[in-house]
Design a protein around this ligand. Structure first.
Ligand SMILES: [Fe+2]
Length: 165
């Protein structure tokens, strides 16, 4: 595999991991709402901590610093979408904080509908964000980046593979 193929594979793989965590969270909340399960608050906390530690502090900054930065240097074709996606990276933390808040409210008042809605909106936001990265940014990157660029991106993402993905 070329550095480009490997870098794209790693990024997509990280997206899949993020997606799996979100799906797991949503499935658990749904099971609780339907009375099939009891709320596992430590599990919620652990999943939120994971999202905060890995995607928000490692994955998104790495995209900004390598893939997005290099693509901006090589072409202006992606400027608009990159502005949008970088803006979304910046608000990920705030959105997650509001999901945590909704979980706190659920814990106190039993309002699971509010928590489920907040979590659903957050998951939807991230799915759409990752979809744009994969379907819009990656083809533009494949078209415009040099093989040295891909080496740089691959090296940056490869460096974190040992972390808890
Ligand atoms: Fe991403």
């Amino acid at each position: 595999m070329t550095a480009m193929q490997q870098a794209i594979e790693i990024i997509k793989d990280e997206h899949r991991s993020m997606g799996a965590v979100l799906k797991g969270l949503q499935a658990h909340v749904e099971a609780v709402r339907e009375g099939r399960d009891k709320p596992d608050f430590p599990l919620f906390q652990a999943m939120f901590d994971y999202i905060e530690t890995i995607p928000d502090r490692v994955h998104h900054p790495k995209e900004d610093e390598t893939l997005f930065r290099l693509l901006r240097m090589r072409s202006h074709a992606a400027d608009t979408i990159l502005d949008e996606l970088e803006g979304q990276h910046d608000v990920c933390g705030t959105l997650l904080a509001s999901v945590r808040k909704a979980m706190g409210a659920y814990r106190e008042s039993g309002d699971i509908a509010g928590f489920e809605r907040s979590l659903g909106a957050y998951a939807e936001f991230l799915w759409e964000h990752m979809r744009k990265e994969e379907e819009v940014v990656m083809p533009l990157a494949a078209e415009n980046l040099t093989s040295e660029d891909w080496e740089t991106i691959h090296a940056a993402f490869q460096a974190n593979r040992s972390q808890a993905w």
